[in-house]
Design a protein around this ligand. Structure first.
Ligand code: ZN
Length: 356
């Protein structure tokens, strides 16, 4: 920044996604001395961004942008644009004249969880295991107070997963209470608990759940001071290696004895909530069978359908292609589909990283 006189009226703006590693010399008064934090959009921001990107897209009456915004926490503006584009591609592929909620749901699932792997052949036994596993997550989530409502549960393989239970937060959450963290662990353990309870087996399907549950329990104890025995202390100083990603090195700043207590506390938290999940499921065994059987029959259930099963009602399936013309139909759908670099429908993974 040398060479600029202070009266030249030149304003220099720079952006980074690693503010933690900036040289303090850069941040001295007279240099980059104003900092503006640009966080991902909140739910209202996302709704407004979706409105912008669907301005020229013909969308059906049933499309509720606020529901889409609610189900996409953590999405950036570019991710949302990508979502609309994916939805338009899906709709165009089935020769629809306008985008329906169904297309947005499919696009969201594709962006969040990877493309469906319908060609993947699973044995009946594997399907049954997945159905009970996901039914376990669903029911624990349903009957545990303070967890996010169930949005969708599916046993169609996607990306790396054989099945997915998706919850939909009502609002962007920036703070996590101890109770909610524990309920989250129970929810994660619901899959394994159901498998053990009904099929009397342990499978690798719960591997990722267990990893996430253990990680959550470790954070509760070591970072968030939520252990009654260890108290509100932070254990393990993280050294973030510059430019090499995070948590490269973690050096211990506690005694061997404390290490043992930490291990025991983590184990206790996970096991306590595993038991909680198992208790819920054994008291709702009939519902567990009902949800699993419905999953085997329909492969995907939405939140309302899960609710119907819990109330002992039958599932009503209506056709996914509606015939009512939308009143806001304008333009031709294929005009608004943006195909970049010939990548039609090949992006089956996570949202592309967006440079800040
Ligand atoms: Zn699971």
């Amino acid at each position: 920044m040398d060479g600029f006189e202070s009266n030249e009226g030149v304003i220099l703006i720079a952006a980074t996604n690693r503010p933690d590693v900036l040289d303090p010399a850069l941040l001295r008064p007279g240099r980059f001395d104003r900092r503006v934090v640009v966080s991902p959009p909140d739910v209202r921001g996302r709704e407004a961004i979706l409105k912008v990107h669907t301005r020229k897209t013909p969308i059906a009456q049933d499309v509720n942008l606020s529901v889409i915004a609610r189900g996409t926490p953590g999405f950036s503006g570019a991710d949302l644009e990508n979502l609309v584009n994916e939805a338009a591609l899906l709709a165009a592929r089935t020769d629809k004249k306008y985008l329906e909620m169904f297309d947005f749901e499919q696009a969201k699932d594709k962006v969040l969880m990877g493309a469906e792997r319908k060609s993947m052949v699973l044995t009946e036994q594997e399907k049954r295991t997945t159905a009970y596993h996901e039914a376990g997550h669903t029911l624990v989530g349903k009957f545990l107070p303070g967890t996010d409502p169930i949005h969708k549960v599916t046993i169609i393989p996607r990306g790396m997963a054989l099945g997915v239970t998706q919850t939909l937060p009502n609002e962007d959450r920036v703070n996590l209470s101890k109770e909610r963290a524990e309920n989250n662990i129970s929810f994660l353990m619901g899959g394994r608990a159901a498998e053990e309870l009904v099929l009397n087996q342990k499978t690798t399907g719960a591997g990722n759940d267990i990893e996430r549950a253990t990680d959550l329990a470790r954070k509760m104890v070591c970072e968030w001071g939520m252990s009654d025995i260890l108290g509100p202390l932070s254990f393990g100083q993280k050294e973030e290696a510059i430019f090499l990603g995070r948590e490269i090195a973690q050096h211990r700043d506690y005694s061997e004895q404390t290490a043992q207590t930490i291990d025991r506390e983590i184990r206790d938290i996970v096991e306590k909530n595993y038991k909680c999940a198992k208790d819920i499921l054994s008291s709702k065994l009939n519902l567990l069978h009902d949800v699993a059987l419905a999953l085997l029959e329909y492969e995907t259930l939405d939140g309302a359908e899960v609710e119907r099963i819990i109330q002992g009602l039958k599932i009503e399936r209506k056709s996914t292609v509606s015939n009512t013309p939308p009143d806001n139909l304008k333009g031709n759908l294929t005009d608004s589909v943006k195909v970049e670099s010939g990548a039609v429908g090949t992006s089956g993974g996570t949202p592309a990283p967006v440079p800040a």
